[in-house]
Design a protein around this ligand. Structure first.
Ligand SMILES: [Zn+2]
Ligand SMILES: [Zn+2]
Length: 287
């Protein structure tokens, strides 16, 4: 049962349960963030952006590689943190031996801040996250052109004239469109401007109440709802999609806590990435 979210031409579907499984697909780029659960309809997505090696995010990799081989699809691009590259290659080699056929090479090290092309107008960059093992989130950027600041007061006609005179009136601007946190402490938002300014931010929020408090969340490299509340002013995003809630909470309880705790400044922008059928009583605002 998938959860869904869409905004500004971006569509996301998948599932995210803290410590159990996380995998979210973006059909537009034939891309998945993590593969802690396997969806047969997403085997043909050729790009997998892995945040870290914990099994609730990575368990589906051998199956994904094997299925693509059997279905004669071209080798996937599986982007990983450099610490994951060698052990994961070993795992894939063992599975390949066990299955009795060769797997293609498909792991690629994605290094912090180094852009990787997705399409003509989009690329992504890994940005450091703050978890218990080496990890990284991913930000997808759109390459746009904006008017140079020196022409900001000009009328359309004046700008047209400048163009006719051969002046270049625009400059390139890379706009952060989507950020995906994987597992992290709140520093992921506080230390990366591109994350805090992404139009859409998929952010983990593993714990939400006092029984598992902020201190404990931080100890385990996670975010507590109270921190999102405390740092509400830092979020410049148009939409913040919360993922990775602990399975100890019911959907109803999550919705109640969000309604109770989230301040007005965030309430219109917060969305819970939960399957619709069980989604009781919370706002459901897909613009
Ligand atoms: Zn996790
Ligand atoms: Zn983790």
């Amino acid at each position: 049962m998938d959860a869904k979210f869409s905004y500004k031409g971006f569509e996301f579907n998948g599932i995210s349960e803290g410590g159990i499984r996380t995998s979210i697909g973006v059909p537009r780029f034939k891309l998945m963030f993590d593969i802690g659960s396997i969806h047969p309809d997403r085997i043909h997505f050729e790009n997998l952006l892995l945040t870290h090696g914990h099994l609730d995010h990575s368990a589906g990799i051998p199956y994904f590689v094997s299925q693509r081989s059997l279905q004669k699809l071209k080798p996937a691009n599986i982007y990983v943190h450099e610490s994951v590259f060698e052990p994961l290659n070993r795992i894939l080699k063992i599975y390949s031996e066990m299955e009795g056929f060769d797997y293609p090479e498909c792991l690629k090290i994605a290094r912090e801040n180094e852009p990787v092309e997705l399409s003509k107008n989009f690329f992504f960059k890994p940005l450091k996250t703050f978890h218990r093992i080496p990890s990284q989130g991913y930000t997808i950027f759109e390459k746009t052109k904006k008017l140079k600041s020196e022409f900001s007061g000009f009328s359309d006609r004046e700008i047209m004239q400048k163009k006719i005179e051969g002046e270049s009136v625009t400059e390139d601007k890379d706009v952060p469109m989507v950020s995906f946190s994987g597992d992290t402490k709140i520093e992921y938002v506080l230390e990366h401007k591109d994350v805090a300014e992404s139009k859409i931010l998929f952010l983990e929020c593993t714990y939400i109440d006092e029984e598992r408090n902020v201190e404990r969340a931080r100890l385990w490299g996670h975010i507590h709802l109270d921190e999102i509340v405390a740092y509400a002013n830092e979020f410049k995003n148009e939409k913040i999609v919360l993922i990775h809630f602990s399975k100890r909470y019911s959907f109803k309880y999550i919705s109640e806590m969000i309604r109770k705790k989230i301040p007005k400044i965030l309430s219109d922008r917060i969305h819970l990435f939960l399957p619709e059928r069980n989604y009781v009583g919370a706002r459901r605002e897909n613009a």
